[in-house]
Design a protein around this ligand. Sequence first.
Ligand SMILES: NC(=O)C1=CN([C@@H]2O[C@H](COP(=O)(O)OP(=O)(O)OC[C@H]3O[C@@H](n4cnc5c(N)ncnc54)[C@H](OP(=O)(O)O)[C@@H]3O)[C@@H](O)[C@H]2O)C=CC1
Ligand SMILES: O=CC(=O)O
Length: 292
Amino acid sequence: MAEVGFLGLGIMGKAMAMNLLRHGFKVTVWNRTLSRCDELVEHGASVGETPAAVIKKCKYTIAILSDPAAALSVVFDKDGILEEICSGKGYIDMSTVDADTSSKISEAIASKGGYFLEAPVSGSKKPAEDGQLVILAAGEKALYEEALPAFDVLGKKSFFLGKVGNGAKMKLVVNMIMGSMVNAFSEGLVLADKSGLNPQTLLDVLDLGGIANPMFRMKGPTMIQNNYSPAFPLKHQQKDMRLALALGDENAVSMPVAAAANEAFKKARSVGLGDLDFSAVYEIVKVAGGSS
Ligand SMILES: NC(=O)C1=CN([C@@H]2O[C@H](COP(=O)(O)OP(=O)(O)OC[C@H]3O[C@@H](n4cnc5c(N)ncnc54)[C@H](OP(=O)(O)O)[C@@H]3O)[C@@H](O)[C@H]2O)C=CC1
Ligand SMILES: O=CC(=O)O
């Protein structure tokens, strides 16, 4: 089996690279904070000293990094991907970014003869650990087909959405909906509490009705315990709202619900909740709703 490169061992990357190792893939990893590679090495990974070194060694390389700045940095900066990408090599960016960022990366890689695929994922820490992500790929179809054995390990379903940008846009639309939902959910929990209802009973009622969903089911119990151990960091959810609102601007789509949700996420970041789970926006909604 050809060696797969893997850049970025945060919450998602660590779980995904671990999954590939568990399924017999040979993986060479790199992370900006190199010490984060140690645990992967214990499970059989090799380490590349730089993104360029990983690209040089591997037929194709996957990345999952925090945001557009990080995604651009590993490609364009010193020791970055552009130094070694060439004909016959592929680069797959699974970070959640905007279509412009993805297009810039795609064009730069093509200018060196390499192949590019964007492939952001829907699903959080647990689906990443369980190989149950939903993969939203777009770009070079041949690279998509080459990566399918890896995608089959990482996810429960892969979509090929056509030209570069379509994967990024699909992911932003999905996360814009999710960010609005968690705000509405938080308001419901506050309203139940303030009007004398038991929030746990609200969760039980919701879970049996037409708006039951895995996100309410997973986040509800921890939210009512004020436990925001990060699966999907709030700062990333706010980045996704910001990028989705910009996509709305470009397309003249009015999104007042998403804009209000973004304000709550911004407020949460401004009071230091950015590294907690995105469900910590509940703390902001509680204050706005007059709860302590
Ligand atoms: N967590 C989730 O539930 C999901 C997240 N996503 C998306 O996946 C991406 C990663 O998320 P997640 O794993 O949660 O994030 P984390 O914050 O846990 O990890 C971020 C990763 O990006 C790296 N990084 C940050 N800045 C730079 C930089 N300038 N140069 C190089 N590397 C950098 C970090 O390196 P270092 O260790 O050195 O800080 C780390 O490896 C994000 O785009 C997010 O929106 C998508 C679906 C679900
Ligand atoms: O991007 C986050 C997710 O849960 O999907």
